[in-house]
Design a protein around this ligand. Structure first.
Ligand code: G
Ligand code: G
Ligand code: NA
Length: 254
């Protein structure tokens, strides 16, 4: 079993790696950014997916160190892409609730983006709906603080939690990511299609960017375009890939 000691060692030995999954603009069909997804390249166990260690990282407090590594790595990569003339690319990172609410996160983010010369607007912070359930006031203050600095905030897995609408009513959010569980049935189930259409409509009314997650087929992509969804992410376009393969993809895209 994985332990705290293993995890710390993984950090020390730099065994973590970011994979990147493209996000594609529905209007132009072009890549507009990526979501960074962490992997653990373990010498004996191979590539370990985040579901197998994020909970442990959260319960041991190591999630802050891991999250700071993700921030550093993501910004360094973004800086490379921007230096190659791809200034339009954005990068989304996942932040755990504990890290999101931790005291020095805003200062850390600002320091990292400033020293890299990266505009905060191009680093999108993804948080899940649970963040506000646990500590509503702290979450609201934190979002406002990060917004004031220029970091866009995205609600991940939108529609699956209890507080979806509370978020949109009160909190400074710029993007919602429509959960895969709705997307994967839109071409077969009228209820799923209606829910997604309604979320997209809501996004338009509230001036929020809508991103559909887990898009796997041409049929789903066509429907989402028809609904007016802003962006898609999913296996239909590309699975999450290591950076060398992403660079190839960007090159082929011209
Ligand atoms: O890439 P994959 O589908 O295995 O990711 C599963 C989940 O792990 C994602 O939904 C995401 O919420 C979480 N995850 C991936 N990368 C990170 C990360 O860098 N930090 C945190 N906190 N969670 C991540
Ligand atoms: O919750 P979050 O959005 O961070 O989850 C991203 C995870 O979803 C990644 O681990 C990624 O591997 C997975 N994923 C991305 N695209 C697809 C897809 O089209 N289909 C399925 N089944 N999983 C996907
Ligand atoms: Na995410």
């Amino acid at each position: 079993l994985l332990s705290e000691m293993n995890l710390q060692k993984g950090l020390d030995l730099k065994q973590f790696q970011l994979f990147y999954q493209p996000q594609v603009c529905c209007k132009t069909g072009e890549i507009e950014g990526f979501e960074a997804l962490i992997r653990w390249q373990h010498p004996e166990r191979g590539l370990i997916p985040p579901i197998n260690f994020i909970n442990l990282a959260e319960s041991t407090g190591l999630i802050k160190l891991i999250g700071e590594w993700v921030i550093q790595e993501a910004i360094a990569q973004l800086k490379k892409w921007h230096a190659e003339g791809k200034e339009h690319l954005s990068l989304s990172i996942n932040l755990s609730p504990v890290h999101f609410l931790s005291a020095n996160l805003p200062a850390y983010l600002l320091q990292c983006t400033q020293s890299a010369g990266i505009a905060p607007q191009s680093l999108i912070l993804e948080i899940t709906e649970n963040v506000a359930i646990e500590d509503r006031d702290a979450a609201r203050n934190r979002m406002a603080e990060l917004r004031a600095m220029g970091f866009p905030i995205s609600i991940d897995d939108f529609g699956t939690g209890y507080s979806s609408f509370a978020y949109l009513q009160n909190l400074p959010v710029q993007q919602i990511k429509i959960d895969r569980q709705f997307i994967r049935h839109i071409s077969k189930n009228e209820n799923s299609a209606a829910i997604v259409q309604t979320i997209v409509q809501l996004g338009k009314t509230l001036n929020l960017q809508t991103v559909a997650e887990g898009v796997e087929t041409k049929k789903e992509w066509d429907l989402l375009k028809q609904f007016g969804c802003d962006s898609i992410q999913g296996f239909y376009f590309s699975k999450p890939l290591p950076v060398n393969e992403i660079d190839q993809l960007l090159q082929n895209a011209g």
